[in-house]
Structures are given as C-alpha cells and as structure tokens.
Design a protein around this ligand. Structure first.
Ligand code: ZN
Length: 246
C-alpha cells in the first residue's frame, strides 16, 4: 500500500471494534482525512496519547481502499495537555476543532489555509495572552472567510454601499452576510453598537490592540453576532458552542 506523510491536527476520534479508533485529521497537504489507528486503545499502544484531539502531529499513513491507516505519529505540540487545565480555553478550543471539521467539507481536498488558521488559533489559545472568547471569535470569522463566507462589516452586504468616513451601517443580518444599510434593512436584523461593528472588523483582521481595548459590553455583543453568523453558515448548530461561556 502506498505510504504518505503529512502534518495534522487531530480533530476527533471515535471507537472502532475492540482496540482501534477512527481518527479525523485536518492535514496540511491533504485536507480532512479520516484514518484508522490500530490498537490505539491498548495501554501498550505505540501511539500513546499522540492521537488525542488537539494534538499537532506528524503522521505517516498507508492508503487504503476505504480508510487510510495511520502507521506512525510524532507529536509537534500536545495542545490538549495545556488546554485541559483551563475549562474556558478547552471549550473554546473544542468549538474551533468542530468548526474546522464542519467547514472543511470534502475529504482529501487540500485546505492548507484552514490548517494554518487552526494551528495559529490553537497556539494563541494555549499562549494565554489573549482572552479565549476573542481568540475563538477571531478564528471563527477568519475560517468562515476562508470557507467562502466572508462577512461584510463595512460595505452594505446587499447593495455594496460604503458608509462615509469611518462610519458604519446600523443593521446586521447573518443571512445576508453582514451589515445592511437603511435601504436594504430586512426585518429581524440586529442593531449593534457602532463600537461592536468596529470590533468585529478588528476580530476579522486580527487587529489585537483594538480588540484588547474594547469594552466588555461590546465584546459580548460581538460574540453573539459571530455565533449567529456561524450558526447561519453551518447546517446544524455546533454542539460545543453551547458550552462556550459568553
Ligand atoms: Zn444596502
């Protein structure tokens, strides 16, 4: 069977038979890959804890007719050990893994940008310098953009009208893709504070000085809008989002 190597983040695992697991990976070169890890649930397994969710690994796989098989794994970063100690970071990290799995919909289609975003996001999550909620929000907006659902926080998402100076439109509607001008406003749109809209743009751009200077009220409002935007673009809501403190 042909072998290949890749770098990956373990997104999810589930049991298979007596001692095996199916491991869902987001790889750098091959996109999302589901592969079998044989004997991984035995205490004597050569894989140890290297194929647990969050782990950044270098893997060797053997191509199979159905599923590939993981033949080797070496750890780059055991993010799980660092995230496991902090409930807030752990739940936010779990929402990131689930989002990555949902947004990379095709197996074995290269999704390098998604892979790099996830590695960067997890690194920021364990780094501890930024608040977990904002690391998550920034990651969600960027991964949605890479998946083709870039939100518009400045120009009207419907007619493209750009507000004068550094102003903002007043209405936000996730189903239309972002902010709406007064003419395009549809019923059910939210009317966030202008500071919240500035903050959303900063989260998308990774403009951390603006994010860190933001008022908790606006951080909270932004988180709610990001969650609504995400929920609109993934078919069913994410299980893990229910555990993220907002
Ligand atoms: Zn408009």
């Amino acid at each position: 069977m042909p072998l290949y190597r890749d770098e990956a983040i373990v997104l999810r695992t589930h049991k298979l038979g007596e001692a095996d697991r199916i491991i869902t990976l987001l790889t750098r070169e091959n996109g999302r890959v589901r592969a079998v890890a044989k004997g991984v649930r035995r205490t004597t397994s050569k894989f140890g804890s290297r194929l647990e969710p969050f782990t950044h690994v270098e893997v060797q796989l053997a191509e199979g007719r159905n599923l590939d098989t993981i033949t080797q794994a070496e750890t780059h970063d055991a993010f799980a050990a660092e995230l496991g100690a902090d409930y807030e970071r752990y739940t936010a990290g779990t929402a990131m893994l689930e989002t990555a799995e949902r947004l990379v919909t095709e197996e074995k289609q290269p999704a390098t940008q998604q892979f790099l975003l996830l590695v960067g996001g997890l690194r920021a999550m364990v780094g501890g310098e930024r608040r977990p909620g904002q690391v998550l929000d920034s990651y969600l907006l960027r991964s949605l953009s890479v998946a083709g659902y870039a939100p518009s926080f400045r120009a009207c998402a419907r007619c493209g009208l750009v507000p004068p100076d550094s102003g903002h439109h007043r209405w936000f509607n996730p189903s239309y893709g972002g902010m709406l001008c007064t003419t395009c406003r549809v019923p059910g749109s939210a009317g966030p504070a202008p500071e919240t809209v500035t903050l959303l743009g900063a989260l998308l751009a990774g403009d951390w000085p603006v994010v860190e200077a933001a008022d908790p009220r606006h951080l909270k409002e932004a988180s709610g809008l990001v969650a609504a935007f995400l929920a609109w673009h993934v078919e069913r809501g994410l299980r893990s989002m229910a555990y993220v403190e907002r």
